[in-house]
Write a protein that binds this ligand. Structure first.
Ligand SMILES: [Zn+2]
Length: 289
């Protein structure tokens, strides 16, 4: 069976346990300024917008790829994504976890027409747009999680027609003046926390609406799977899981990467870091003796 980039799918892992799989193209992605006017195959109906046609582009060769299961293997990937600060980080992230999925492709033929290879491009502007959105909401979530009431209060404004929040350059209405929230509004009290949580969940809900699809498999299984249309939608879904407490991102003390401990006794991301940490501890003890 061959899977095209444009169709997200669930793959059987073991014991009829299915997971969403996503491709990572082999080789290091490049950034190119060139505008590809003659795209042979444009992946349609994947939510592509004007922003996705803006150069520069991240460019991947599509001939060889591997698949992984981000929702299962890396349920804290949205946190790693938020650590991207420049184009180098984008390249590194894409080499490890794949493109976001706002992708167009074209074919390159050898001079003699004997061989062709598929190239995939994705606008850097799209990466920056999604990054800005998620970073702002993760910042807001950290304030909520840590009950930073005065900082939250400072982001909110009660105006004539409702309660507003200002995040970066963006100002959004959270609720109108007839809402229960507005009626008991007290900027110095607990309300900013409630308002922020309302804004956060409705913002992430908007992101997953129309991009994560409930899916049942044709074979008999008593389960409805959530299938994201691309990696970005998958990361918004992870963020939603974090907000409801389903995923709990921790930083590994061994490698500084985000991971979900699942069991509260786990403190590192895996065996490698666990061993490294215990070696360090042993050294530390030796030094003390
Ligand atoms: Zn680690």
């Amino acid at each position: 069976m061959s899977y095209s980039f444009s169709t997200p799918f669930l793959r059987n892992l073991v014991n009829n346990s299915y997971a969403f799989f996503w491709p990572v193209y082999e080789g290091t992605p490049k950034i190119t300024e060139k505008e590809r006017r003659r795209l042979l195959s444009v992946i349609g109906d994947r939510g592509l917008e004007e922003i996705d046609e803006r150069p520069p582009f991240l460019l991947c060769k599509g001939n060889r790829k591997r698949y992984y299961a981000p929702l299962r293997k890396n349920p804290t990937l949205h946190r790693s994504f938020c650590e991207i600060t420049d184009n180098e980080d984008i390249i590194e992230f894409a080499a490890k976890y794949g493109m976001l999925g706002f992708t167009r492709s074209y074919e390159v033929r050898k001079r003699d027409g004997s061989q062709s290879s598929a190239m995939f491009i994705e606008s850097i502007a799209r990466w920056k747009y999604e990054l800005a959105d998620m970073k702002q909401l993760v910042y807001l979530w950290e304030l909520i999680r840590n009950r930073r009431l005065s900082l939250l209060g400072a982001l909110m404004d009660r105006e004539d027609n409702g309660i507003y929040i200002t995040l970066g350059k963006r100002k959004d209405v959270i609720d109108d003046n007839n809402s229960p929230l507005a009626r008991k509004w007290d900027r110095e009290g607990e309300q900013p926390l409630e308002a922020a949580l309302q804004y956060l969940t409705s913002s992430i809900n908007k992101k997953v609406t129309g991009s994560v699809f409930p899916t049942a498999l044709p074979s008999y299984q008593k389960k409805v799977y959530l299938l994201p249309r691309n990696l970005m939608a998958g990361m918004w879904l992870m963020f939603l899981w974090e907000v409801i407490g389903e995923v709990r991102p921790h930083r590994c003390p061994g490698c500084d990467e985000w991971f979900d401990p699942r069991r509260s006794t786990r403190i590192t991301c895996g065996d490698r870091c666990r061993k490294r940490m215990s070696r360090q501890k042993a050294k530390h003890r030796e030094a003390l003796n």
